[in-house]
Design a protein around this ligand. Sequence first.
Ligand code: AMP
Ligand code: MG
Length: 413
Amino acid sequence: MRTGISVPEARALVLDAARPLAPEIAPFEHALGRVLAEAVHSERTLPPADCSAMDGYAVRAADVAQPGALLRVAYEVAAGGLAPRALAAGEAARIFTGAPIPPGADSVVRQEETEARAGEVRVLVAVARGESVREAGEDVRAGDLVLAPGWRIGPAEVGMLASLGHTLVHVHRRPRVAVLSGGDELVEPHETPTNGRIVSSNAYSIAAQCREVGAIPNNLGIARDTPADLERLLRAGLHADVLVSSAGVSVGDHDHVRPTLEKLGVQLVFWGVEMKPGYPVTFGRANGGEGAFVFGLPGNPVSALVTFELFVRPLLLRLAGRSDIARPEVAAVAGERFSKKPGREHYVRVFLEQRADGALVARTTGNQSSGVLRSMTLADGLLVFASGDSEIAAGARARVIVLDESVFARAAR
Ligand code: AMP
Ligand code: MG
């Protein structure tokens, strides 16, 4: 087991062994946000035939080379309809958007550029061949590779799958995450904490962090601070893809997580990452390195959130098949002086505000204690204060991991 390693080293140890979970079949309407595990080739041509892009008249370009041509309106063809016969010279067909172009016609003149009369239409403009016609296959041709493995399914992809009639898709399975908490001081949110007890908020913020990336959390509840009770819940959690426990990983007399994990056959990969908050974060693999990914996050609510953010979140995204697993980062301007002792990398909770010149300015949310959950509710991002540094001067550039992407919308205003 490694100890006292850097954040990038720890992250590499977590991600090195992570492969996308095996595919499963999902109905396309429920595949939003998931990652394709197959190549989708089209069996269809879209649009299936040349059709009108406008409401107007289908014409023969040769008849309307000059403005002012008068044509006989032979028939009407609406979306979903078919022309009863080919269009002859000197004829127009009333046509609507999406309707097939009648045989013989080659162009469409927009309604706004015509004058209708009884049984006839005057075309006020010259019309070029092919105008306002959507060609068959201009979107997709039969045989095209339309979506590839690794592609994330967004709303447009859901629409495309519908258009192609590809109603069942192979997507990577969503990671299942067992979440458990430990501590004699903890109660559930519906209980009233007495005698200095507190609510186990971590289970709920961790479950929410799982849901945010499409993983499926299962809250196993609170283990008492005894090896036996902890063993009972941890054992249950090892059936998941990922087990995330919080608290009990430090060096106190009641911190039983690490020895219990080892007893259950979890191979510990690291304990102790040179970061603040979150130093005692623990990671291992069950079943001698083949089984569930196991995290022992520190119990302080901010430490749990930040270590999840840095180590668990990218793992869950990778398991779900995502290749874009990083949060956006910005080079922000320090809005004040930041200082610390050199040694550990600090993740400072910051507000991000836009300056008149467009730069994002980072300011502390206040008390940076790892027990102050409020500082996370206020934070737009985490300023990465490099391990070797002791000062960031006001006005200097600083790396900020953006947690709340609405800062970009605010910046653009
Ligand atoms: P520990 O790692 O067990 O020493 O816990 C560190 C701190 O985190 C203590 O103040 C605990 O009360 C707190 N803590 C532990 N688990 C939770 C939890 N599930 N929700 C909120 N706070 C917790
Ligand atoms: Mg504890």
